[in-house]
Design a protein. Structure first.
Length: 188
């Protein structure tokens, strides 16, 4: 009996590697999956058992043109829109003064609008732990954390912008605006 090629593509593949943080032997987990409305997506993850370092990435396997996705969040329903961010994508939330640029430690992920806000909130918690924060910085962080809670509760609106020069990221929802991303997107 022949095996189904689609079934084989859905299996996890594990490959040995070296932790980029401490040099210990690790295992990379590769999982190929199809996400409705997007494409086949390769999810790669690793966790070092020695130092706890983690890496996660989601890579769409189709080719698309550079794109900007804009989601105007007016209530909690829009927060449920699926967000797929590749390691090349920039996230912007103007109302919070947030811009998350891609970089060497950038993680790709599959989440939703609520998950993006939760990630931003966790980063703010980390910044609060710094010893060199002034009272002004602490006050601004608490103000942004309150804005996040208000957005999550549907009391405030926000704009979620996802820009990807490789076109492999997306926001999926009925009211998402999709624009072509020009070559000079870094200057905006």
């Amino acid at each position: 009996m022949e095996s189904d090629p689609q079934a084989e593509r859905k299996e996890d593949i594990m490959l040995p590697g070296i932790c980029t943080s401490c040099g210990a032997q690790i295992v990379y987990h590769h999982h190929l999956t199809s996400i409705p409305y997007f494409s086949d997506t390769l999810i790669v993850s690793m966790t070092c058992l020695e130092c706890g370092y983690r890496e996660h990435d989601a890579q769409c396997l189709s080719t698309r043109s550079p794109s900007r996705y804009i989601l105007h969040v007016k209530g909690t329903a829009e927060l449920m829109c699926r967000v797929v961010r590749s390691t090349a994508a920039r996230i912007i939330i103007p109302e919070l003064g947030v811009q998350i640029d891609p970089g060497p430690a950038c993680e790709g992920f599959i989440s939703n609008g609520e998950g993006v806000l939760t990630r931003v909130d966790k980063v703010l918690d980390t910044v609060l732990q710094r010893d060199d924060n002034t009272e002004e910085i602490v006050a601004r962080i608490h103000e942004r954390k309150q804005m996040i809670r208000d957005i999550l509760d549907g009391k405030k609106e926000m704009t979620l912008i996802l820009e990807d020069p490789h076109g492999t990221s997306t926001i999926d929802g009925p009211d998402v605006i999709i624009e072509e991303l020009d070559e000079n997107h870094d200057e905006k």
